[in-house]
Design a protein around this ligand. Structure first.
Ligand code: FRU
Length: 512
C-alpha cells in the first residue's frame, strides 16, 4: 500500500484512494526500485546487449542471471518498448547452455537475408554474441550467432557456431553494424588484455575477415571491454564524425569501471582517432555507467542512441536491492559539438515523454529555494537549472533526504570542475562507494545543468550536454528538500524548472 493509500485508509476512504493511486505494474515499487530506468523484475543484470529497433519496437537484451541476484549463468534477458522508456520484460531470449555462457553482443536486422537464416524473402534478427566457456587452460571466448524469425521472441543458435574463434581466453563483446557503402557487415570486438579493438568484415555474418586493429591508445589502465563504433552527427550543422567508445575496467579515473571515447574517422576498414582538442574524453564522468552500446536499426536520419549499465564492478554485487540487482541508464541521443573549447561528445537523455507537472524556478522561486527548508521534491523528478555564465566560485544544489544525508551537485569554477559528491548520500555499500566524481569544465561553455533523480540514482547533464555524470545513491528516503548554494554567498542569477516525472511502471494509455 502506498503512503497515500495508508493515510486514506486511516480516514476510511480507501475506495477514493484506489481510484486515485496510479496503477503500478506489480513488482516495481520496492525501496530503491528505479522508476524511470529499466531494471529486471527480479535477479541480476549487467551490460545491455543487442539493442535494436525493429518493426516499431525497441528491444533491450541484457546480461542476466535467470537463477539469482549475483553474476552467473549469464544469459540474455529481454524487454521491449514502444518508446525507449516504457519496457515490458519478456522471457529469457538466449540461455546459457552446455556450459557456454552468453556474454555481451549485439543484434542486427538482416534485411536482405544475407545470412540465409531468415525465412524466404523475409528480414529477421541475428544476434552476435560472445560464447564463454571454462576450459582446463582457464577459459575460451568465441563469437557466435543466433537467429530469430519471430520479432525476437524465440531464438535458435546457429548449428555451426562459433563463427570466429582465435583460441583466446579473452576476446569478447562483438558490436556489429551494416556498412551501407561497402555493403557488408562490420564488427568491432575487444581484445581486452591487449587494449585493442579489432575490426572484422563479413558478407553473411558467418565468415569474418580481419580488417584492422585500433589501440593501445588513450587510457589502458584496465581491460578494454564493450567497444561500440557510432556515426555521430554534429549537434548543429551537417558534418558527421565517427566515435569509438570502449569500456575500461578496472582502473578508470573515477575508480573501477569507466568508458572512454575517441572521435575520429572510419573509412570502412580502419578507425583513426582525431588529434583535435577534445577528441578523447569519457562518455560518463560518474562511477555508474558502463558498457553502453547504441541501437541498431534506427532510421538513418536519427542520431545514435546509447544506453549503459548503471553500476560499477567495484561494488555491483553489493547493491542493497531485492529481488533484483542492476539497472540501465536512460537512453541518450548522441551528437558532437565543436566550439572554442574543442570537440566534445554530447548526450541528450530521452526523458521528456515522462514530464508531468512542472514549476518554474526563477526570481522569487529561486530565492525561496535558497532560504529556509528548501523546495520539496519526491523522486523521480527532473531539475533543470541555468546558472548562466556566472563568476561565483562554487555553486550548485544539495538534495537533502534528511539533515544528515544529502548529495551535492555543483560547479567549482576555481578548480574548473563539475562534480557530484555522494559522500553523505545514504548507505555506503562499500569503501569504494562514497566520494566525489569530477569532470573538467570547458572554457566558454555555459553552466547549465539537468538532473534526473530517481529512487537510487542521479544522472547529471551539464555544459550543453557535453558532460554526463551518473552516480548511484541509496538515501534514507526519496523525499528531497532541495537547496541551492552559492559560495561565497552572493545574489545568484538562477532560473530553472522542476518536473515531476511519471513512473515508467505506471500503466498509462501509452505505457504498454
Ligand atoms: C562487461 C563484461 C563484458 C562481458 C560481460 C559478462 O561488464 O565483463 O566484457 O561480456 O560483462 O557478463
Amino acid at each position: 500500500m502506498t503512503e497515500r493509500c495508508l493515510i486514506a485508509a486511516l480516514y476510511g476512504s480507501l475506495a477514493l484512494c484506489a481510484l486515485r493511486a496510479p496503477a503500478q505494474a506489480p513488482g516495481y515499487d520496492q525501496p530503491y526500485r528505479p522508476q524511470v530506468h529499466f531494471s529486471p523484475r527480479q535477479h541480476w543484470t549487467n551490460d545491455p546487449n543487442g539493442l535494436v529497433y525493429f518493426d516499431h519496437e525497441y528491444h533491450l537484451f541484457f546480461q542476466y542471471n535467470p537463477f539469482g541476484d549475483e553474476w552467473g549463468h549469464m544469459s540474455w534477458g529481454h524487454a521491449v518498448s514502444p518508446d525507449l522508456l516504457h519496457w515490458r520484460e519478456l522471457p529469457v531470449a538466449i540461455p546459457e547452455e552446455n556450459g557456454v555462457m552468453i556474454f555481451t553482443g549485439s543484434v542486427v536486422v538482416d534485411h536482405a537475408n544475407t545470412s540465409g537464416l531468415c525465412s524466404e524473402g523475409q528480414s529477421c534478427l541475428i544476434a552476435i554474441y560472445t560464447g564463454a566457456s571454462k576450459t582446463p587452460e582457464g577459459g575460451r571466448q568465441t563469437q557466435n550467432i543466433a537467429y530469430s524469425r519471430d520479432d525476437g521472441r524465440t531464438w535458435t543458435k546457429y548449428e555451426k557456431n562459433p563463427v570466429l574463434d582465435l583460441q583466446l581466453a579473452d576476446f569478447r563483446d562483438p558490436s556489429v553494424q551494416w556498412d551501407a557503402d561497402a555493403r557488408r557487415w562490420v564488427m568491432a570486438v575487444s581484445l581486452p588484455k591487449e587494449h585493442r579493438v579489432s575490426f572484422y568484415a563479413s558478407p553473411d555474418l558467418k565468415q569474418w575477415r580481419h580488417l584492422s586493429d585500433f589501440g593501445p591508445e588513450g587510457d589502458t589502465a584496465g581491460d578494454w571491454e564493450c567497444p561500440d563504433l557510432l556515426r555521430v552527427p554534429a549537434w548543429q550543422g551537417h558534418e558527421s564524425l565517427w566515435a569509438l567508445k570502449v569500456g575500461l575496467n578496472p582502473g578508470a579515473p573515477q575508480g573501477g569501471s569507466g568508458e572512454q571515447y575517441f572521435l575520429g574517422s572510419f573509412d570502412g576498414a580502419r578507425f583513426v582517432a582525431s588529434k583535435d582538442r577534445g577528441s578523447h574524453g569519457w562518455t560518463n564522468y560518474g562511477k555508474d555507467d558502463y558498457c553502453a552500446i547504441s541501437f541498431n536499426g534506427l532510421p538513418a536520419d536519427q542520431p545514435p542512441v546509447l544506453m549503459g549499465w548503471m553500476s560499477n564492478w567495484q561494488y555491483a554485487a553489493k547493491l542493497p536491492t531485492s529481488p533484483w540487482r542492476g539497472q540501465m541508464s536512460l537512453p541518450r541521443r548522441v551528437s558532437f559539438l565543436r566550439d572554442g573549447a574543442g570537440l566534445a561528445l554530447r548526450q541528450e537523455p530521452v526523458i521528456d515523454p515522462l514530464h508531468e507537472q512542472s514549476s518554474a524556478l526563477s526570481g522569487t522561486a529561486a530565492s525561496a529555494l535558497l532560504a529556509g527548508n528548501g523546495l520539496a521534491a519526491v523522486a523521480p523528478y527532473e531539475l533543470d537549472l541555468d546558472f548562466g555564465h556566472t563568476s561565483e566560485e562554487v555553486f550548485g544544489i544539495r538534495l537533502y533526504s534528511d539533515a544528515q544525508h544529502w548529495t551535492e551537485v555543483g560547479f567549482d569554477t576555481k578548480h574548473r570542475e563539475f562534480y557530484i559528491d555522494r559522500s553523505n548520500s545514504g548507505i555506503r555499500i562499500s569503501p569504494d562507494f562514497p566520494g566525489r566524481t569530477v569532470a573538467p569544465l570547458a572554457e566558454g561553455r555555459p553552466y547549465d545543468l539537468r538532473l534526473i533523480v530517481d529512487r537510487s540514482s542521479i544522472e547529471a547533464y551539464a555544459q550543453e550536454d557535453t558532460i554526463a555524470m551518473t552516480d548511484l545513491i541509496f538515501p534514507p528516503s526519496t523525499n528531497d528538500r532541495i537547496r541551492l548554494f552559492v559560495s561565497p554567498a552572493q545574489p545568484a542569477k538562477i532560473s530553472g524548472r522542476l518536473w515531476k516525472l511519471k513512473s515508467i511502471w505506471e500503466k498509462g494509455p501509452s505505457a504498454h
